[in-house]
Ligand binder design. Structure first.
Ligand code: SIN
Ligand code: FE2
Length: 206
């Protein structure tokens, strides 16, 4: 594993996981999940997204990957980041400022995320802190160059991953979801089930 990679299995209790899902559900009132599309091609992603924080990560055909202060469809500011998230950041990120953004990805059973490096942030000196909620997923981690060697691991609900140091510049993605492996996501709000991933990012240099 690259330096700066940490996996904290079961870092969040069931109650903490439920609290985060409640916050994602509450966020729907002003910042509903939407399906973003790829730059240039306009191809839709297989995940739907929303954000917490003063900035949120968005992508669309014409504007490309970027951070925006408001939801692309409702124009509302993103809901505030739950305190549990900023507390976790302060414990794990070892960075002198709070994250502006927490991207929320909802993976349904057929969703994937291709190998990529997070590089839309100026503050690449800050770790990315990532929380898994709901169904298990196979996470893949490679090196800084595309096409290099990779390793995979299964992430479960309540696990926390930190991509700091060298790992901050490494390729990563989600190969697949294992449907029906968690009871966390309430069917009335997540009819297709699946997995919710929260990733906190510091965007601007502190
Ligand atoms: C991401 O790289 O944005 C998401 C990773 C994950 O879903 O665990
Ligand atoms: Fe990422």
């Amino acid at each position: 594993m690259p330096a700066g990679f940490r996996l904290l299995p079961g870092r969040l209790s069931r109650q903490q996981q439920e609290g985060l899902i409640d916050a994602v559900v509450a966020a729907q009132a002003t910042a509903p999940f939407w399906r973003p599309s790829m730059p240039r091609t306009g191809q839709p992603l297989s995940v739907t997204m929303t954000n917490f924080g003063s900035l949120g990560w968005v992508t669309d055909k014409h504007g490309g990957y970027r951070y925006e202060p408001a939801h692309p469809q409702t124009g509302n500011p993103w809901p505030a980041m739950p305190a549990l998230l900023t507390d976790l950041w302060q414990e794990l990120a070892d960075y002198p400022a709070l994250p502006e953004a927490c991207l929320v990805n909802w993976y349904t059973p057929e969703s994937r995320m291709g190998l990529h490096v997070d590089w839309d942030e100026a503050a690449t000196d800050a770790a990315v802190v990532s929380i898994s909620l709901g169904d298990k997923a196979r996470f893949r981690l490679g090196g800084p160059k595309r096409g290099g060697k990779t390793a995979s691991m299964v992430l479960s609900s309540g696990d926390v991953v930190v991509l700091g140091g060298e790992a901050r510049h490494c390729h990563h993605g989600i190969d697949r979801i294992y449907p029906g492996t968690s009871t966390l996501l309430p069917a009335e709000h997540f009819p297709a089930g699946g997995r919710v991933n929260l990733t906190m990012r510091r965007v601007n240099l502190a």
